[in-house]
Design a protein around this ligand. Sequence first.
Ligand code: SF4
Length: 374
Amino acid sequence: MSFAQLLDDLPLRKSATVRRFESLLAPKTAADFELLAQQARAVTRRYFGRTMRLFAPLYLSNECINNCRYCGFSRDNPILRVTLDVEQVVLEARHLAGQGFRQVLLVAGEHPKFVGRGYLADCVRALAPEFPSISIEVAPMETAEYAEIVNAGAEGLVVYQETYNRATYAEMHTSGPKRDFNWRLDAPERGYAAGFRRIGVGALFGLSPWQDEAVALAAHVEYLLRRCWQAQITVSVPRLRPAAGEFQPQFSISDAELAQLICALRVTFPQIGIVLSTRERASLRDVLISLGVTSMSAGSHTEPGGYTHQGADDLHLTVGGRAIAAETRTREGATATAQFEISDERTVAEVTDSLRRRGFEPVWKDWDQALAKS
Ligand code: SF4
């Protein structure tokens, strides 16, 4: 049975694992929450020790043909856009390598004219000698297309469903190929078939009631753990942040609820990676790391060229698929528009210092392509 069928049947047929997970999301007294937190800490320690995998997002392009109501890169937003060429991508990556990173997440909007799969494969190939772990977060592809990216040297695929509620999905994705819910939903399995060894899924919290999203996400994780058993499954629980377009979320998940969700994921699925981005503020991230998070970004920029101002002299508006010169492009210091505002603005060194003070060992590299060949 495909996950799409399973998802549609979910209200009527939940597995014992998903029912147990759901029970962990119910409101809790402070004492009950503390018990859950202790359990989550113990499980994390047993499976991952006191390590924290560090990665950086590297935005390649903010061109996009989709309109997603919550995203700054939406096609109709009149933002400053750019697509870095491969040399510029390498310069951005070298800056990250200088800070210690060996694990990068390449991010791009969906635009076949600017971000073709040949371009993505070229970027991966150029970075592979210096980055043992390269993941991509781009538009869903066919299996054969994913295989080209894997062959170029990528090992991780990230595809967030955004929302598992079909009606909300249709409401949020107003135009463009992203409107195809099932095509996106099946992307992790296509990626696995193509050879990705790390598969990341997630929901964007704030689009519908958080408990419903969390239950569907848990069902997806359970399904992928069975279907893609040779890959490491990672989960992300991003909350909406302010962005161009000024989308106002209808739903919220509080800090305490987010902590409870992370504990519930950890206790239910001890072996999965849990990813926490700089969307969350520093003080909250310092608390959440002990509850089950295993991977975090640091010092992030969410605009192409954000680390070293690459592409600053090619900023433009994109109208009807054509680049139009923007007045602001010549203004000194102008950068491409970011996808969303980050919240944890600490430097990489500040984040690693904070991790060490809390007894965590930052991990810059946990994988080498040579392992795949041995
Ligand atoms: S969420 Fe992705 S597909 Fe949607 S507008 Fe943003 S970059 Fe484009």
